[in-house]
Design a protein around this ligand. Structure first.
Ligand SMILES: Nc1ncnc2c1ncn2[C@@H]1O[C@H](COP(=O)(O)OP(=O)(O)O)[C@@H](O)[C@H]1O
Ligand SMILES: [Mg+2]
Length: 274
């Protein structure tokens, strides 16, 4: 039986989800703020080890959806399961257990400015584990490396890093606990194209080498074309298109046409819709 080795998993390890189970399941989500309906029946499921890009015009509810999936905002209706846990009905203990298994960087997510990069990355390790300081240091060094940062970056304050390196530091912190799922809200916005492509390559490696499932909110067409396995388009409260980028590009819709045409004209990068 898979997952039942002689030694057995550590007592606090979450059981691995069966391979045929979706890591993220979003079913008929409705979200209203007063009179405004942001989501009007949004559904999709994401399997393990895929990199999915979520796109859509500014204000279509990408960030809100991300917050709903991780349990920070309750949808008006519908059901969300993350790593097999029903987010709407889970109690505090179950939510805390799930929280250990995903990482997130928010759109305007900041590092602690008074802590060094290494101290920032160590925060989740100190909060959620009882690892010895030397082990924490070793793990931090590994996470910096996985996020594509040189070892000396660890000793720097966030303000001493370039924008691209700060985003990498945020990723290093988000993967500190070796999450199964990573949620990223516009991680390459504001980066120059070369830095953004290097960032994409690092993300792809996290998926391919570590098997992490990534849900990436992005405006970056190059990210879609080069690293996304699948693209989900939100428009008018619904999933307008869902599939490989070539398939989504061909969808007969005004927003989709304009999005891809515009990005093509501008070289595919630099624009940032929200
Ligand atoms: N806490 C909130 N209260 C009221 N309206 C909100 C709240 N959060 C988001 N909204 C509205 O929901 C819509 C979707 O927001 P958001 O998910 O941030 O869009 P985006 O797709 O650009 O990330 C916007 O019109 C926004 O103003
Ligand atoms: Mg947003």
């Amino acid at each position: 039986m898979p997952g039942t080795s002689a030694a057995g998993p550590p007592a606090d390890a979450a059981p691995p989800a069966p391979a045929d189970t979706s890591v993220i399941e979003v079913r008929e989500i409705v979200t209203r703020f007063g009179e405004q309906t942001v989501h009007d029946g949004v559904s999709f499921a994401i399997g393990r080890g895929t990199l999915v890009a979520l796109i859509g015009g500014s204000g279509t509810g990408k960030s809100v959806l991300l917050r709903e999936i991780i349990g920070l905002h309750r949808p008006t209706a519908g059901r969300i399961a993350l790593l097999g846990t029903d987010i709407g009905s889970a109690g505090p203990a179950a939510l805390a257990a799930v929280r250990r298994r995903f990482g997130v960087t928010f759109q305007d997510g900041a590092l602690f400015s008074s802590l060094t990069v290494a101290q920032n990355v160590a925060v989740p390790l100190r909060e959620h584990t009882a690892l010895a300081p030397a082990t924490v240091d070793a793990l931090v060094a590994m996470r910096l490396h996985q996020a594509g940062l040189p070892p000396e970056a660890g000793a720097k304050l966030p303000s001493e890093l370039s924008g691209g390196m700060r985003k990498r530091a945020a990723i290093a912190r988000a993967i500190a606990l070796e999450p199964e799922v990573l949620f990223l809200d516009e991680p390459t916005s504001g980066l120059d194209p070369i830095t953004a492509r290097a960032f994409d390559g690092m993300l792809r490696a996290l998926v391919d080498d570590l098997g992490i499932t990534v849900l990436l909110v992005t405006h970056d067409l190059d990210s879609l074309l080069t690293v996304a396995d699948r693209v989900i388009v939100l428009a008018r409260g619904k999933v307008l298109a869902d599939g490989p980028v070539q398939q989504v590009m061909a969808v007969d819709d005004d927003w989709v046409r304009r999005y891809f045409a515009l990005r093509r004209m501008t070289g595919g990068t630099g624009a940032n819709g929200s």
